[in-house]
Design a protein around this ligand. Structure first.
Ligand SMILES: [Mg+2]
Length: 319
């Protein structure tokens, strides 16, 4: 299976495993840990239903599969998710993060008037509060577009897309580290080697661009921690982009296969679906699509649509 379809299945299956226990605390999950696919729970949805994380990633994938990086089209598809249930499991939205929801509302007048230039400059208005995990959770498909492009193209495109909802540099830097990790996993590197390489590239970016020292400080765990030995008590699967990526990486290194990575992420509690979704793509790239448990994949809503979308996106950028 191609890496784009593998990543899309990896992230959406993981999202669906986390959905029924979203917002459960770690204590609650320690009492009753998730050990297999479940349904219902937090949103009362059947097993295999994925949330906003996957729906918004699929919207980005559809946009990029047109062959273009078109911010206006990307923004339009974010709006369609909120207003039409676009790319939801059954045509109905049941979950949307607060920052993402407000940010999508801000897009409406710009999209209606076709003000693409203003969409391109949304980052200028961003504050430190625009650092939820809502861009990171949906960024994976951008890898298909970026993978054959020079490294210098990566951050500008990542930041433009991220800024549709999360404009702060920190969100873009987390997305950069994440997509470079995915890139090195696809190239066949081990988890350790892939993360080491992605970290070096991020540090190099700091040296080349004017990244404030405070950002480097805030990303210190992402840049330096040994995730294989980091204690569970040291990570938090919450909605802050930095903590969220730390938690996903912790799970990626803690697990020994796709299943154990996803369960480790979900059982951290809080933003369970998003932590799992972020860990799910690299886990599938690392262990292979065939390692996703059959009963999880069989339950996944719109599995055939997702596979077809991944194949289409992959083909668009393989020449
Ligand atoms: Mg969600």
């Amino acid at each position: 299976m191609n890496p784009i379809t593998t990543g899309l299945l990896g992230l959406s299956v993981a999202d669906a495993i986390g959905v029924p226990v979203e917002f459960n605390s770690r204590d609650e999950l320690d009492q009753n840990p998730v050990t297999d696919i479940r349904g219902y729970g937090t949103y009362n949805q059947p097993p295999g239903y994925f949330s906003d994380d996957s729906s918004l990633a699929f919207g980005l994938a559809e946009s990029l599969a047109t062959g273009d990086f078109d911010l206006l089209d990307q923004a339009r598809r974010l709006l369609r998710y909120k207003h039409e249930g676009y790319w939801t499991p059954a045509g109905q939205l049941f979950d949307i993060g607060i920052t993402t929801s407000r940010a999508i509302d801000r897009l409406l007048p710009l999209v209606t008037a076709g003000r693409t230039e203003e969409l391109r400059h949304l980052r200028a208005a961003a504050t430190e509060f625009d650092n939820g995990n809502g861009a990171l959770m949906r960024i994976f498909p951008l890898y298909a577009f970026l993978r054959s492009r020079p490294l210098g193209d990566w951050l500008p495109h990542i930041w433009e897309h991220s800024a549709l909802t999360h404009g702060h540099l920190r969100s873009a830097l987390c997305c950069f580290l994440y997509l470079r990790l995915c890139h090195h996993l696809v190239a066949g590197k081990s988890r350790v080697a892939a993360l080491d390489r992605a970290r070096e590239e991020l540090k190099h970016l700091f040296d080349q661009t004017e990244v404030p020292a405070a950002e480097r400080e805030e990303l210190s765990v992402l840049l330096g921690a040994d995730f294989a030995t980091l204690a569970r008590a040291q990570v938090q699967g919450n909605g802050y982009v930095v903590r969220s990526l730390e938690a996903a990486l912790w799970a990626l290194f803690r697990g020994s296969d796709y299943r154990s990575v996803v369960l480790a992420a979900v059982n951290l509690g809080e933003d369970t679906d998003t932590t799992a979704c972020i860990a799910g793509a690299p886990a599938a790239l690392c262990f292979g699509a065939a390692d996703i448990p059959d009963n999880w994949l069989a339950a996944l809503a719109r599995r055939e649509d997702i596979t077809a979308l991944g194949d289409r996106l992959h083909r668009t950028y393989s020449h």
